[in-house]
Design a protein around this ligand. Structure first.
Ligand code: HEC
Ligand code: HEC
Length: 185
């Protein structure tokens, strides 16, 4: 346990299993479609890990990227999830997490209220930071929200605020424009 903690740079030992994909720093890798997770709020990370574990996220047919994560979340206990979320929230944000200086495409304007341009807003908001995540990853998430594959909730819990935000009539092109804007491309 002590050795594992040292190897992971003070991270909980469970983070060792995450490093091969998300990296020691949690900055992910656009090349392998793995998102950055360091510096996101602990409540956001916690909810994602619980959603993957319960199958609300990552179990839909054809979601091969989500399936990788669903598998990773299976063995985690509630305590493991809480520790990982707390650890990740304490880590520095990935270098690309900088608000885009360009004007937002019209379809992205309603998003900025929650996915703030303001760094201070990020700390208290449960909405994740989108700036500088890869456009490929963001596009995939938006398509998943559009088709109802993401945004559900376990029985008895409220669906997440993104359910219904991405209108079914938004085209792939519009979703890609939004994704590129947040990706700073
Ligand atoms: C085999 C590679 C792999 C491993 C190992 C892995 N992940 Fe992931 N992770 C991914 C991929 C790919 C995604 C994007 C999945 C999707 O599209 O839903 C992801 C997504 C996530 C997300 C959601 C990010 C967001 O912005 O919503 C979190 C949180 C996360 N991983 C945490 C972890 C933790 C904690 C571990 C270790 C217990 C871990 N991952 C291990 C590949 C991996
Ligand atoms: C009412 C507040 C709100 C609005 C408005 C909103 N979002 Fe979100 N968004 C959230 C929250 C909260 C989450 C986390 C959902 C969860 O817990 O799974 C989220 C998650 C996301 C994610 C997943 C990020 C990741 O790392 O996987 C993307 C992408 C996203 N939103 C894009 C958008 C876009 C694009 C718009 C505008 C069309 C938008 N959001 C509008 C609150 C909002």
């Amino acid at each position: 346990m002590e050795l594992a903690e040292a190897d992971a740079g003070g991270a909980p030992s469970h983070y060792l299993a995450c490093m091969s994909c998300h990296g020691l720093d949690g900055w992910g890798s656009p090349a392998t479609r793995v998102p950055a997770i360091a510096g996101q709020s602990s409540s956001y990370v916690k909810k994602q890990l619980l959603d993957y574990r319960s199958g609300v996220r990552g179990s839909q047919k054809g979601d091969k990227w989500g399936a990788q994560m669903a598998l990773m979340a299976q063995p985690l206990s509630d305590d493991d999830v809480a520790q990982l979320a707390y650890h990740l929230a304490e880590q520095p944000l990935w270098p690309g997490a900088i608000p885009n200086a360009k004007p937002a495409p019209k379809a992205a304007l309603p998003c900025l209220g929650c996915h703030s341009k303001d760094r201070a807003g990020w700390v208290t908001s449960t909405a994740p930071i989108l700036w500088g995540l890869s456009s490929d990853y963001l596009f995939r998430q938006l398509v998943a929200y559009r088709q109802g594959d993401r945004g559900g909730a376990p029985p008895g819990e409220a669906p997440d605020p993104m359910a219904g935000v991405v209108d079914s009539f938004l085209s792939d092109q519009v979703l890609m424009d939004i994704a590129r804007y947040f990706a700073n491309e």
